[in-house]
Write a protein that binds this ligand. Structure first.
Ligand code: WT7
Length: 653
């Protein structure tokens, strides 16, 4: 367990406020008592295949499966032989029923424009764009990269890919050209869908420019489709680049969906691991969709008349599962907002909630802490009485933020669901069922039915009550990643070799005497900055790729707002002088290599890095230095003790 977890364990242990589901909420919810939850959970544990088979009936299949699970550890196949299409489940089946004219997406642009797409509209647009992709030569199995702002075309592009069986890989619009190129090269995407730009805090994000930078080094790309959003001047490369609206104008809006094998790849989403190269998490169709759909219904207690607002960007898994696939598979109304929460002022989210009468809000602790800092006057000036449920995701939520969320946003009436899961898990794993589970500030509470987590030691032995250990999952589940794209070996070694026979989450946790889980954060070299995973190694390689840098070590340090901030220790090539200018240059270099989210908060220049005799950088010590703590741990393996003392002195150049 890393040192920075120490403090939070202690503070969490003193947390004894428990919030039972409000009776009127429970009375109307899908799962309305702890007994009902427990019997579902036990049923799923005793007969997983029977349970999941029954749950999967809620999806629309074009061909029934023959076998629920084929488990050849660590490779799973779910709903073997079954066929379905995710876009049919998210769009067609609602467009064909009473929800035809119901809003599927209510979109608001940062400058203030509004667009509503009903399920019928969505069907037309998705089908049309699916034909556009086909017209560009995309066939079933080809990968399509998507690098877009949060505009309706992003949802349309995602579902159009699903419709024709072209796995999508969405790359967050905040990533750099280099990061985009690395992802396209890894999955050999054939087409890139982008936009001229996007709006963020009133400024234009130059997406097309970045896309051009990437396309220049990605020979697999045969075409680039550009949606017009900002209208600023961009370069279009003849023969390669096409305007979305030109192609769509010529495409038919009738596109029969492919009947796809349950295990057909739905998407690849890149995420950071503890070693340098991002991992291409592969999700497939049937199991993933079931996980996303079912958990949206359970955890958000979703009803037909809800207006649901997930503030995540579709570039992250939260947006995939809880803005696109989960809500739409349930025929819900999903609110989508393009821009920053503090544009034009700090009341933007609350204005959106008031205007569309949002009933369910799903956001991140880092955002909640920012709202707290901005002050209660912003939420207080809007009518938030439409809200009935609040969700949190991305990192452990500190009890102070939980209580503020409960009081100021939830008016003390809305249950809070703290949802623990990962890009790899595809859908929520540990979270309250809001009509059944008493909630506790700081705890994600209980595993959902069908999910069997445990806290264990390195060799897989369960730890005692309230003892910290590694969080693992003991049984396969439908929305689990199937592999790392193109790298079965890394899939095995990362997730299935650390603790024998179990899925290794990389998180530390403890379980209390009531069976509630308390997530303590990462146990590996993964940072969690504002709810986004970044690997220390990735930032280090970006730094080292600068010609003046000899060696770099990156660690996280506690940050009030973002959970963790990035602290870098850099040694320079001989003859290079440390300076403030160089510090700025290195920051800018990391932004160029990865994106603004990886920008180091502080950079310390040092003559050498603390290493063990075997040459391993002692990150634990660096974490202490970064956090301004005295090193309490063992330094007996440190090769040169003077390095540590110097590091402290060298604090700022
Ligand atoms: C890591 C996964 C899952 C969508 C967003 C992040 C941390 C996530 C919680 C939570 C404590 C959490 C974990 C996890 N995390 N949610 N409710 N409580 N920690 O997805 O980028 O794949 O990151 O985020 O450390 O392993 P991701």
């Amino acid at each position: 367990m890393s040192a920075e977890n120490g403090g939070s364990i202690v503070s969490i242990l003193t947390e004894n406020r428990v919030f039972p589901p409000p009776p009127e909420f429970a009375a109307k919810s899908h799962v309305s008592s702890l007994e009902q939850y427990e019997s579902l959970w036990n049923r799923a544990k005793d007969d997983p295949e029977g349970f999941w088979g029954e749950m999967a009936q809620t999806l629309q299949w074009s061909k029934p499966w023959e076998k629920v699970l084929d488990w050849n550890p660590p490779f799973a196949k779910w709903f073997v032989g079954g066929e379905l299409n995710a876009s049919v489940n998210c769009v067609d089946r609602h467009a064909a029923g009473p929800n035809k004219d119901k809003a599927a997406i209510i979109w608001e642009g940062e400058p203030g424009e509004k667009r509503v797409l009903t399920y019928q509209d969505l069907l037309v647009e998705v089908s049309r764009f699916a034909n556009v992709l086909k017209g560009l030569g995309v066939v079933k199995g080809d990968v399509v990269a998507i690098y877009m702002p949060m505009i309706p075309e992003l949802v349309i592009a995602v579902l159009a890919c699903a419709r024709i069986g072209a796995p999508h890989t969405v790359v967050f619009g905040g990533f750099s050209a280099e990061a985009l190129a690395g992802r396209i090269q890894d999955c050999q995407a054939k087409v890139l869908v982008t936009a001229d730009g996007g709006f963020r805090r009133g400024k234009v994000v130059p997406l097309k420019e970045n896309a051009d930078g990437a396309a220049a080094v990605c020979p697999s790309l045969k075409a680039v489709v550009v949606a017009k959003r900002t209208g600023h001047d961009i370069a279009m490369t003849a023969g390669r680049d096409h305007w979305w609206h030109d192609l769509a104008a010529k495409a038919s809006s009738d596109c029969p969906a492919e009947s796809l094998d349950s295990e057909h790849p739905l998407y690849i989403l890149y995420t950071s691991g503890s070693t340098g190269k991002p991992k291409g998490i592969l999700h497939t169709t049937g199991g993933y969709l079931l996980g996303a759909a079912l958990t949206t219904k359970w955890v958000f207690d979703l009803k037909d008349d809800d207006v649901y607002f997930c503030t995540a960007d579709i570039g992250w898994v939260t947006g995939h599962s809880y803005l696109v696939y989960g809500p739409l598979a349930n025929g819900a109304t999903s609110v989508m907002y393009e821009g920053a929460p503090n544009w034009p002022d700090e009341g933007r989210f609350w204005k959106i909630i008031q205007e569309y009468k949002v009933s369910i809000l799903y956001t991140a602790p880092t955002a909640i802490r920012a709202f707290m800092k901005w002050g209660e006057q912003f939420p207080k000036s809007y009518d938030l009485s439409s809200l009935r449920l609040l969700g949190s995701v991305g990192e452990p939520i500190n009890p102070e933020a939980w209580m503020w969320y409960h009081r100021v946003i939830g008016g003390e009436r809305c249950p809070i669901v703290d949802t623990w899961w990962q890009t790899e898990t595809g859908s929520i794993m540990i979270a309250p069922m809001p009509g059944a589970t008493p909630t506790i500030p700081g705890s994600a509470t209980r595993p959902l039915p069908g999910i069997v987590p445990e806290v264990v030691t390195r060799d897989g032995k369960p730890v005692g009550v309230n003892e910290g250990g590694f969080l693992v999952i003991k049984q396969p589940w439908p929305s689990m990643l199937r592999t790392l794209y193109g790298d079965d070996e890394r899939y095995k070694s990362t997730y299935w070799s650390e603790v024998p026979g179990c899925y290794f989450t990389g998180d530390g946790a403890r379980r209390d005497e009531h069976g509630n889980f308390w997530i303590m954060g990462r146990v590996d070299d993964v940072l969690n900055v504002a709810g986004h995973r970044l690997s220390t190694m990735e930032v280090e390689s970006a730094l080292v790729s600068h010609p003046k840098v000899a060696e770099a070590a990156v660690v996280g340090k506690p940050d009030e707002l973002r959970g963790q901030a990035i602290s870098a220790f850099v040694t320079l090539e001989t003859g290079q002088e440390a300076s403030e200018a160089l510090r700025q240059e290195l920051r800018a270099h990391v932004v160029k290599e990865i994106g603004a989210l990886a920008r180091p908060d502080d950079i310390r220049f040092t003559e050498s890095l603390p290493k063990t005799r075997s040459g391993k950088i002692m990150r634990r010590l660096l974490r202490d230095v970064a956090a301004g703590r005295e090193s309490s741990g063992d330094t007996s393996t440190l090769e040169d003790l003077s390095v540590l003392a110097k590091l402290k002195e060298e604090d700022e150049v």
